[in-house]
Design a protein around this ligand. Structure first.
Ligand code: NIG
Ligand code: FE
Length: 389
């Protein structure tokens, strides 16, 4: 694979690459990375993460171990709301450091493109601060970041009983400011019981589109929501999808919308069942996998771990898991023209694994076998040169 200027120039045998006139002339300036005996895949596209938070939620963790559910904890003042004060009181720099540290860890596990949401500030200032911090962290990281505005994560306490006014604030003030300052590519909504209704979601989607932002939603995590009214807005992705109505599968399959599974949340919340990946795939729906990295439902930032969960608990094949973590993640972020596969013309984003077979990527779990990555042509996090086999 020949990479020039951060892009993949050609893919093939070394012999063929050497015939290239450009290479012949520039041989001295080409640095060679020998990946013999390793597996090279497109860098993972983690299309759903919430890295803009300050603290882990350890009390919630213990409460759940003692038997409380995610929703019970949220109703008692834990959950998303308990992450708000940490973000509101943090400086932009402190938040940037946290996000940057997470991006680096993701990179160590083979991720080269990350979607990063705000959503723990939930006031005008703190949401803008979160998106500013995402932008600052992204600037320092050699991979690529797609920022998402998730002001509609939950209704903050000061708007309790008047959630409509919070939706007004999102639509009339936050979204226009986010768009004007070019702070996000997507607008996301947590549409479910205890968060925002389908009607709220439609209002927020309409405001996003009016401001030229693309839309996506957290959907079907706790309860089923019918898809037809939302598909009209052509969301790039609908995420979680634990509960989906069978009648919605055909319109979903016929749409450009990707269904993104986040099995880390199923694992961590110990939900009774995982999303029905086989049924969606067999219905023709394009599916992606993501970590959903966040402090409440999925403190996991490894795509190989997400893939392992998908294979073992959702019966996806290792090949399907790789597709879902690369090119389909790229579709879910509307960057499939540049990311997600090893093809001439695309960005040079690669993950190199200490493995002899691609199936080992989801097979070994609880251990990081990513040797190094190439992000936009730049060699990143080479581990000590040690092989397992
Ligand atoms: O994707 N469901 C909503 N949002 C996150 C959880 C966020 C949190 O608990 O902090 C999710 O699971
Ligand atoms: Fe999420």
């Amino acid at each position: 694979m020949l990479c020039v200027g951060g892009r993949i120039a050609s893919v093939g045998t070394t012999k063929d690459a050497m015939k290239d006139v450009w290479i012949k002339k520039n041989k001295k300036h080409v640095s060679e990375i020998d990946c013999a005996g390793r597996v090279v895949v497109p860098g993972f596209v983690d299309s759903h993460t919430h890295p803009a938070f300050m603290n882990p939620r350890l009390v919630d963790f213990e409460k759940r171990i003692a038997g409380a559910t995610y929703e019970e904890i949220a109703e008692a003042g834990g959950g998303i709301r308990s992450s708000i004060s940490g973000v509101r009181t943090a400086s932009k720099n402190a938040l940037t450091e946290m996000i940057y540290a997470s991006l680096r860890q993701m990179g160590r596990h083979g991720t080269t493109t990350v979607e990063a949401k705000s959503g723990y500030g939930l006031s005008f200032e703190s949401e803008i601060k979160s998106l500013d911090a995402i932008r600052a962290a992204a600037h320092r990281w050699p991979g690529s970041v797609a920022p998402t505005f998730l002001g509609a994560h939950v209704v903050p306490v000061e708007y309790r009983g008047r959630s409509n006014q919070y939706v007004d604030l999102i639509c009339n003030e936050m979204i226009p400011a986010v768009a004007k300052n070019n702070l996000a590519k997507f607008v996301d909504v947590f549409c479910d019981r205890g968060a925002f209704s389908p009607e709220d979601t439609e209002r927020i989607f309409a405001a996003a589109i009016k401001n030229n932002l693309a839309v996506r939603a957290h959907l079907g995590q706790l309860t089923e929501t019918r898809l037809a009214p939302l598909l009209r807005f052509r969301p790039s992705s609908l995420d979680h999808m634990d509960h989906v109505n069978d009648a919605d599968l055909r319109p979903l399959a016929e749409s450009d919308t990707v269904a993104t599974f986040v099995p880390g949340a199923n694992y961590f919340l110990a939900t009774e069942r995982y999303p029905n990946a086989r049924h969606l795939i067999e219905s023709g729906v394009a599916v992606a996998l993501a970590t959903d990295f966040n402090p409440g439902s999925s403190p996991m930032l490894s795509m190989p771990m997400a893939m392992s969960l998908a294979c073992t608990h959702m019966k996806m094949t290792p090949a399907e898991a790789i597709v879902a973590s690369t090119i389909n993640g790229a579709w879910a972020l509307q960057v499939a023209d540049r990311k997600g596969s090893i093809e001439p013309g695309k960005d040079a984003d690669l993950a190199v694994f200490d493995a002899a077979d691609y199936r080992e990527i989801p097979y070994w779990f609880g251990v990081n076998r990513c040797s190094f990555t190439i992000m936009n042509g730049e060699l990143s996090n080479p581990a000590p040169d040690e092989q397992w086999h």
